[in-house]
Write a protein that binds this ligand. Structure first.
Ligand SMILES: Nc1ncnc2c1ncn2[C@@H]1O[C@H](COP(=O)(O)OP(=O)(O)OP(=O)(O)O)[C@@H](O)[C@H]1O
Ligand SMILES: [Mg+2]
Length: 264
């Protein structure tokens, strides 16, 4: 299993700086949640770790290996990445879509191990009963669970999920995040999630990285970094934070920046 170290990573789209000297480490067996406002650079950060875009400067290390020197095929054996927009192209059944996650391991044919893992993950996520349905006919939430399954069947060392529960109802959000936490601990995966819901981040993340305007505004354990002042500066909201030991609950109250302009 690998530790992911992001060192001084910067990235521009055209001339717009989107990531500005990002530094953090995501540890094995832990969930690291990346949070922050729309446009803060969260998805771009995940794309640099998945080697979909290359940083302009800085380096990402998988243990001591430099990501910039690794081949894409080698990265895709280690990393599973679920993008934010959950489109499923073509006409495929749910089973086929999930099985596609095994592609880095398929040797021109589907082996017994591939089948076993696919069935196991589908059962764990409660989607085995609609294995034969066409994925393009699923609801937004059902599709999201199928794509989480596709990311998990790879049994990755590094799991990168960009807003994996954004379309799910509250029970499904909790179930999927519980499962991701269980697998992260059991398999000692390094899991990095982008989440918008601060309470879910507080409940499930071992560490939180707060991105704001392409920079790391704060990082640490949820109860250490989430405070009224931070939420006011980063999101422009007034919020109440209830604390009970290391547990915290965020109660958003109202926006404080009222100039009528969006932050993005
Ligand atoms: N392909 C692209 N070309 C040019 N600019 C882009 C591109 N993708 C994203 N951007 C810009 O980069 C910035 C960061 O985008 P990113 O998608 O990383 O934000 P995010 O934090 O994931 O936001 P959200 O919470 O809305 O998903 C934004 O200002 C966005 O407009
Ligand atoms: Mg995003």
């Amino acid at each position: 299993m690998v530790t992911v170290r992001v060192e001084d990573v910067s990235f521009c789209y055209d001339r717009k700086k989107v990531l500005d000297r990002i530094n953090f480490t995501a540890e094995q067996g832990e969930i690291t949640a990346v949070i922050g406002p729309n446009g803060a650079g969260k998805s771009t950060l995940l794309k640099t770790i998945a080697k979909i875009v290359q940083p302009d400067s800085g380096e990402i290390f998988f243990d001591e290996k430099r990501l910039s020197r690794m081949r894409k095929e080698d990265v895709s054996r280690i990393v599973s990445y679920l993008p934010q927009d959950n489109v499923i192209p073509g006409i495929l059944t749910v089973f086929e879509v999930v099985m596609l996650g095994r592609i880095p391991y398929l040797n021109w044919r589907i082996g017994e191990e591939d089948l076993k893992i696919t069935v196991k993950v589908m059962k764990e996520l409660g989607i085995d009963n609609y294995a034969k349905r066409y994925a393009n006919k699923l609801s937004g939430g059902e599709r999201q669970v199928v794509l989480v399954a596709q990311a998990l069947v790879r049994e990755p060392e590094v799991l990168l999920l960009d807003e994996p529960v954004s379309n799910l109802d509250i029970r499904n959000k909790l179930e999927i995040l519980e499962l991701i936490r269980k697998i992260t601990k059991e398999k000692k995966m390094t899991t990095i999630l982008v989440l918008h819901d601060l309470n879910l981040a507080a409940m499930y993340a071992d560490k939180v990285i707060i991105l704001s305007g392409g920079r790391v505004y704060a990082r640490g354990k949820p109860y250490e970094v989430l405070s009224e002042d931070v939420l006011s500066s980063v999101y422009g909201i007034e919020a109440e934070i209830r604390r009970n030991g290391e547990k915290i609950q965020v109660i958003p109250l109202r926006p404080v920046k009222c100039d009528g302009k969006r932050q993005f």
